[in-house]
Design a protein around this ligand. Structure first.
Ligand code: ADP
Ligand code: MG
Length: 509
């Protein structure tokens, strides 16, 4: 395993501090600040605060699950990457001679009746998606080999590692036995919610380990030790709890990295992730490591294959096969910022709720604040999220959007990965995603993750990429080339017919 170097700096202070005036509106403050060091990591990860959410699933006992009554509706075939385990777009490389048979039904997986009830009754799932059918036997079969798993956005990876964690918990051991590390508090909370819902009838306890609000900051009242059997959180908080000996790793059976390519990238959370992994491995050489993401570029793929145990299993997808057919991608030439805002206003917001929910991605907090103000001044209701808001406000804005109380959310890349809201049909790249160090280069992975916020689990979706400069044009060309796509052009930013035609083609109108 590569060496973990000391603690890494949490990304995120902005070039200007921003003060919130009302939900989602930001105003610059005059205080000088440290320069922004990372693009993707707009999230402020990790200041441990007391009073973290601690919750455990309820202890209900299942009486009896009539599994045979829960018929599978085969007529609902959606997409080949979801449905067809024989299709070649996900390639499996298994190690050694452990045989694995893909699971046509959840019953094939020898899950406990409590977990099956969670899947059918709580989650309302009917049968495993393709990535679930292929990866779950690998995850759940002794000798519990490590797994590097790549699969499309929205194809159900969470269920793979959540079932992996829940299946390995010894109910008699009231200490942490499974740990999942995620890049943001939003994703940690979302994954915990999925785990608690799916595991509702198991009696397994779980807890979130994410930074809490500075408003409650009282370091003398420190956080109690964690007894929950599953812990999900962000790397800085997890690492701190481990070094404070408040998170015991002695019984750890499963260690998951969601968005693993980012968690183990140099410009991501590599240092913290490796430290956590190494500490656990030292005490528990048999702990299973599961790495999940929709993207693994070559560098990170090579790296992660060296840090897992030798006989690991691997699932991967060629980058040319990663784009979702059900999400139509467009580019729109807008000569300046004013036309970009006008296009959003007249061509999208005017269509109202018939489009479902929309996420507008921007590259900076400044851009988020500017767009927010412009749209609110024009009389539209939008909310905005980025890493400089308080945790409380971030949670509130996400909750309102998830509850359907807001329709249009402006976001930096804090929500680019993992965020799962089935009602999101439309993604707008107000700014195209570029590498922070070399802004003439597209950030391919971020592009794929952003557009994957639409079209969850085979649903229809559309993406509008706003192209303003020559550099933007080149970036779109490079994106096309990289993913083997041909992003269509909407002929005029100013034409209602053009936008409607695009949305119709995408199946949204
Ligand atoms: P990703 O692969 O991007 O992590 P998620 O795990 O967030 O995808 O799942 C995307 C959506 O698909 C979620 O809303 C989830 O509830 C739904 N989903 C996952 N598995 C199934 C299934 N077997 N049947 C129906 N819906 C599913
Ligand atoms: Mg995910």
């Amino acid at each position: 395993m590569a060496d973990a170097t000391g603690p890494s700096a949490a990304p995120a202070t902005s070039a200007e501090t921003e003060k919130k005036t009302s939900v989602g509106i930001v105003e610059p403050e005059s205080k000088p600040q440290t320069a922004e060091i990372k693009r993707w990591g707009d999230m402020v990860d990790d200041e441990e605060q007391p009073g973290d959410t601690a919750s455990s699933s309820d202890d209900k006992v299942v009486e009896e699950l009539k599994v045979d009554k829960l018929a599978i509706d085969d007529s609902k075939k959606i997409n080949k990457f979801l449905d067809d385990p024989e299709d070649s777009s996900i390639q499996a490389v298994t190690s050694g001679d452990t045989p694995y048979t893909s699971a046509a039904t959840f019953e094939d997986l020898n899950l406990s009746p409590e977990l099956l009830k969670g899947l059918y009754v709580e989650m309302k799932f009917q049968k495993p998606s393709k990535i679930q059918a292929i990866s779950l036997p690998m995850i759940l079969t002794p000798p519990y080999k490590d797994l590097i798993a790549q699969a499309h956005n929205g194809s159900g990876k969470t269920t793979c590692f959540v079932l992996g964690m829940l299946s390995r918990i010894n109910p008699n051991v009231k200490r942490p036995q499974a740990l999942c590390i995620c890049p943001t508090r939003e994703l940690s909370i979302q994954n915990l919610e999925v785990l608690q819902k799916m595991g509702k009838y198991t009696g397994i306890s779980s807890e979130c380990a994410v930074p809490m609000d500075s408003g409650n900051n009282d370091r003398s009242r420190s956080r109690p030790p964690i007894f929950a059997q599953v812990v999900i959180g962000t790397p800085g908080t997890i690492k701190r709890l481990m070094s404070q000996k408040k998170l015991s790793i002695i019984d750890m059976q499963v260690l998951v990295f969601d968005e693993a390519d980012h968690m183990l990238a140099k410009d991501g959370f590599q240092d913290d992730s490796l430290r956590i992994m190494k500490d656990i491995e030292r005490l528990n050489a048999q702990c299973q490591v599961l790495l999940f993401s929709a993207t693994f570029d070559e560098t990170v793929k090579n790296f992660v294959s060296r840090i897992v145990r030798k006989d690991y299993n691997q699932l991967f997808v060629k980058k040319e096969e990663l784009s979702l057919d059900s999400v139509k991608q467009y580019k729109v030439y807008c000569p300046n910022e004013v036309t970009k805002i006008t296009a959003i206003k007249d061509r999208i917001l005017e269509l109202g709720e018939s489009l479902g929910q929309t996420i507008i991605f921007v590259n900076t907090k400044r851009s988020a604040g500017m767009l927010h103000k412009a749209l609110v001044d024009l009389g539209y209701e939008v909310t905005t999220i980025h890493g400089a808001l308080t945790h409380e406000d971030r949670d509130k804005i996400v909750k309102e959007f998830k509850d359907g109380l807001t329709q249009v959310l402006i976001s930096t890349d804090v929500l680019a990965r993992g965020f799962d809201q089935q009602q999101v049909n439309l993604v707008i790249n107000y700014d195209l995603p570029v590498k922070y160090e070399t802004p003439s280069e597209p950030h391919y992975e971020v592009y794929l993750h952003r557009i994957g916020r639409a079209g969850r689990f085979g649903r229809k979706g559309a993406v509008f990429n706003f192209v303003m400069t020559d550099r933007d044009m080149m970036i779109m060309e490079k994106i096309d080339k990289y993913f083997g796509t041909k992003v269509k052009e909407v002929p005029s930013w100013n034409s209602e017919e053009d936008f409607k035609a695009a949305l119709k083609e995408a199946g949204l109108l």
